[in-house]
Design a protein around this ligand. Sequence first.
Ligand SMILES: Nc1ncnc2c1ncn2[C@@H]1O[C@H](COP(=O)(O)OP(=O)(O)OP(=O)(O)O)[C@@H](O)[C@H]1O
Ligand SMILES: [Mg+2]
Length: 262
Amino acid sequence: MENNKKPVVISIINLKGGVGKTTTAVNVAAALRELGKRSLLVDLDSQGSATRSLHRGSVEYTVGDLMFGQSGLEETLISSQVGIDLLPSNIELADYERSLTTLKNYHTYLAKVFKQVSGEYDFILIDCPPSLGNLTVNALYASDYYLVPVLTDFYSLDGIKNITTTAHKVQQLNPELNLLGVLVTRYNVNDKKIVDRQVFEKLQSVLGELLFETTIRVNNPLKDAVINTQDIFTFDSKSNGAQDYAALTQEILNRVGAVKVS
Ligand SMILES: Nc1ncnc2c1ncn2[C@@H]1O[C@H](COP(=O)(O)OP(=O)(O)OP(=O)(O)O)[C@@H](O)[C@H]1O
Ligand SMILES: [Mg+2]
């Protein structure tokens, strides 16, 4: 079927590790599937966490092979058992990160891959590595938006600043790039730790509307789903995790609809 509509491309990014990037990329893709939207999940992290959370088997070709013309789209793309298409990764992607350094137009390789899939998907979600290296620059260059998951710790605001600085540099190459929002993850509303609440209020006052209203609560089924190679909606559709990611995805759709004219 011919479809000329371009997908909305969103990078999930934070240079800090363990803030919920992969969990967010996987489960927003799943929430979009629940709404009948087609999305492609791109694992741009050589840790391969997004790949392993939806795919049990081996990975023959990675997104890096595809970027460097070492494999074709069909042999690289994995149709996971939960109905989300995946451009996978593994440790070999780290070599490609290094190879990019010496190349002219090093930032354009992922965008070229997306030209091949344009029309097939409503959304492309990129799970970025916890660094601001060459692959992350490729992700931002290929994106319409970036979404920043954060924990409510003292360093979260510094982390956001580092990312927006990088994004401003990439915006000179890709003026279409916009911050979609900052998402508080693994938030424990009932936590007695006053620090979390204070940081949350600080984020609210500094970011205003750029902070998503939805917060992702601490929820163990989000971890258990990964162990079962499932997204949260397939694993436990009644969990708080499923509710939170459904609410976030609704907010994302509202924001994209509000900003994007297509
Ligand atoms: N809301 C949540 N409640 C409970 N556990 C969570 C939640 N979100 C994420 N986790 C768990 O926290 C860990 C880190 O999450 P995740 O892998 O998504 O972070 P990340 O930012 O992608 O990390 P990395 O930088 O290493 O790629 C994982 O074990 C994940 O299952
Ligand atoms: Mg990750």
